[in-house]
Structure formats: C-alpha cells, structure tokens
Ligand binder design. Structure first.
Ligand SMILES: Cc1ncc(COP(=O)(O)O)c(C=O)c1O
Length: 412
C-alpha cells in the first residue's frame, strides 16, 4: 500500500509499520514516502506536454535524496539561493532545467548561475538586472533571464505566504518591467526568454493563478512589442494541499486551463510547485514524554518542538495528529507542546487522542516546509530523515550529534 495508511491499529508508511522505524531511529524523526512524492510529481508531469517543465521548489524540502528522486523523474528545480543551486547540481540536476528566484541574489549567486548556464535567472528588480548585466559583461557570457512580475493579487492565505501583493518585496511592477525591457534591448548578453510570477503558497482556488496568468500575458505583449523572444511563461508554484478541510484545485485542471490560454502563442509552461509535491509525503514522529493534566488544559508534552516543526508557531498551521499505535488509555482533548522554552511551542491544540506516556504520535503532512525550517534553538539537535519506498527504508539524513552542533564553534 502506498503512502501513510492504517492497518490493525497501527500507522504504516507504505508497507512498513512506523513503530518499527521509531524503534530503529528513535524520535523525533521525519519519515517520507518516495511513492507519494513520485505520484504527486506525476500528476503535473502527465498533464504537461513536451517543452513544458516542472521546476520543483527546492525550498519546500531540499534533502539531496529527495532532489535525486525528482532528478530521476526528469524534474527541473526552482532555487532561491546559491546553496540550493549547489544542492541541485550535487543531486545530478540538469542546469538547463533550473530557474533561480529570490530578491537578494548576491554577485556570487549570479556568477554561479551564469557559469552553470541555468535555464533562467528570474529578475526581481531593476538593480538586480543591472548587476546581472555587469557580471555577464565581466564573464563575457550570455545569460538567460525571466522577469518576475508582481500582479498585486491577494490569495487569502496566511499573510506570511502571500507574495504577489504590491506591498510584497517580490517581482516588479509594470513600470519597472517596461524599464528593464527597454534596457535589455541594448544589452545583447541578456536574453529575456521567460516571464515569471508566483503569487503565494497554499492557494486553494486555481482561478487566482489564472488571474496571474492574465498579467503574465499582458507582460508578454509588452516584451514581445520590444522584440524580446519569449519562450515560456513561469506560472510559479502555490497549489495548496489539504491539511484539515481545504479543497485545493488539482494540477491537471490547472494545467489544462493554462494550456487553453497560451498554446496559440507558442509558449511553453514552467511550473514551480513545492508543497503540492512533498507536503503530503512526510510525517514527523514524536514520543509523549509526559501527560500534564491540569484544571484548565490537558498537556501532552512531547519530544518534538517548534524548532523541529515551525509551521504551527509561525503560521498557526494545522497538522493532523495520529496515534502510531492504538493504546487502551483514556480518550482526552490535549494541547501538544514541545520542550522549547517558549509559550509558542505548541504543535497542535484541542486534539482528541488516546495516548499515554511513552506512546508515539505522528504529525501528518509535514513533507514541505517541515525539516527545512528546523533550527537548533535551545541547543536542540536536528532530527533524522528517513525515506521509505515500498518495504525498503533509507536513512537520508543522520541525527545531528552534540559534536556536530558545536563543530563551527570549536578549535577556533
Ligand atoms: C518563487 C517561488 N516559487 C515556488 C514556490 C513554491 O510554492 P509552493 O510550495 O506553495 O508550491 C515558492 C514558495 O513560496 C516561491 O517563493
């Protein structure tokens, strides 16, 4: 059976009981299902046609083994730092399938991207354009670029994951687009070959992405009037997943709608999905250290904290919690809190669970923006990551040791 499933009172990942994985690697730990990652990727891939490209957003989960899995499927990548670019290259990615987004690319980042010959540096400001021009001249190398537009579209998701508002730092307005377009006409080393847009994450209504496509098409008119040869529109990522009761659109219908609008223009589609590929493919497992039953609340104090899974504290995000093995304890409503000395260290509120001290629980749907956002706060050590594929299991990131965690502070 693929993915996370329950059999005889036990939570499984593919064919393996999670309790056995916990015995072997202890808790907390992230566990991923390779088959779910493949299935989610293929939902996009099967709907696209030749010349289109999926550039998985590395920021969602950058484990090299996950990137390798995606390289094997033919994926491209969307990176937002020089180090994400290095991870992709290390994972065997084809640079011609990499786009580079982000508002603060350093000179080194840009030089690296040009030297690798990536598909596109996505320009996010006029200053950045000028920097790219200078570096391309110094290197005497041609560089493929896209301009990321800011369409000023609210998505209704959490304000921290809105990226397409005119008050956001991302993308350029129409006036700046026009200025960059004119400048690019006189800079032969810069090839403007794409236009990009990403209005945010956890979007549950495909029509918002279609609205951003209208803005991309307007930008396409402007750039082609300036004689730029545009080959693709990069629609960004952003498709949501169901954490609780959200009902997001699916990749197939989104791609069908986009295709309808742009095929006549002889343009290819680039997409940058992150969450919708890895989000539902991962869980964080944790152990109940103590139950603290008070007059006001029942706390389940667990060994995973906000440093391991930051989304609840940062975005008030909901992750379903499941018992890994059914026990015969009392059913109660709990607040699940971690060991971090912060009142924000609450991973889930008001959950009805049947647990006792020592039991294992799983936070579902943490494959995206889970491990990548973890930190060493309170000198806590980064937790391991394990990939399951059918009945095989692979440790894809070791548990950090205390020595690892102080290595950069030692022997100075
Ligand atoms: C430029 C860009 N592309 C793609 C993504 C991936 O978004 P998601 O994980 O929601 O698909 C992000 C994340 O916000 C982003 O900033």
């Amino acid at each position: 059976m693929e993915g996370f499933n329950e059999k005889e009172g036990q939570l499984y990942v593919d064919d393996l009981p999670i309790s056995e994985i916990a015995d072997k690697y202890s808790t907390p730990a992230f566990i991923y299902s390779a088959s779910l990652i493949r299935n989610n990727y293929n939902k996009y891939a099967n709907a696209l046609t030749e010349g289109d490209l999926i550039c998985y957003a590395v920021k969602a989960n950058s484990n090299i083994h996950i990137l390798k899995e995606l390289v094997g499927l033919g994926s491209g990548f969307d990176v937002v730092s020089g180090n994400e670019l290095k991870r992709c290259i290390k994972a065997g990615a084809d640079p011609k399938k990499i786009v580079f987004s982000g508002v603060a690319k350093s000179a080194e980042d840009i030089e690296q991207a040009i030297n690798e010959g990536i598909l596109s540096i996505n320009i996010e400001s006029e200053d950045e354009f000028d920097r790219i021009v200078n570096i391309s001249k110094a290197l005497d190398k041609e560089v493929q670029c896209s301009i990321r537009i800011n369409p000023d579209i609210p998505t209704g998701s959490h304000k921290y994951i809105e990226t397409g508002l005119k008050t956001s730092k991302f993308g350029v307005d129409t006036e700046t687009l026009s200025i960059i377009s004119s400048k690019a006409k006189t800079t032969p080393l810069i090839k403007l070959s794409g236009i990009a847009c990403h209005i945010g994450s956890q979007i549950s209504d495909n029509s918002l992405i279609m609205k951003s496509l209208e803005h991309l098409l307007e930008a396409h008119k402007l750039l082609t009037n300036d004689w730029h040869e545009i080959n693709f529109l990069d629609i960004g990522g952003g498709l949501g997943i169901t954490y609780k009761e959200e009902d997001p659109g699916d990749p197939e219908s989104l791609i069908a709608e986009i295709s309808n609008e742009i095929r006549a223009l002889n343009l290819n589609i680039v997409l940058e999905p992150g969450r919708s590929i890895t989000g539902k493919a991962g869980v964080l497992i944790a152990k109940v250290e103590y139950l603290k039953l008070t007059e006001y609340k029942n706390f389940a104090i667990i060994d995973a904290g906000m440093n391991d899974l930051m989304r609840p504290a940062l975005y008030d995000a909901w992750h379903t919690v499941k018992e890994i093995q059914k026990s015969d304890s009392d059913k109660r409503i709990y607040e699940l809190v971690g060991p971090v000395c912060e009142s924000a260290d609450v991973l889930a509120k008001d959950r009805e669970l049947v647990i006792s001290q020592g039991d294992l629980i799983a936070f579902m749907d943490v494959g995206a923006y889970g491990s990548v956002m973890s930190s060493n706060y309170n000198s806590r050590l980064k937790v391991p990551e394990i990939m399951v594929d059918g009945s095989s299991l692979k440790l894809i990131k070791k548990r950090e040791s205390f020595e690892d965690s102080i290595a950069l502070e030692s022997d100075l």
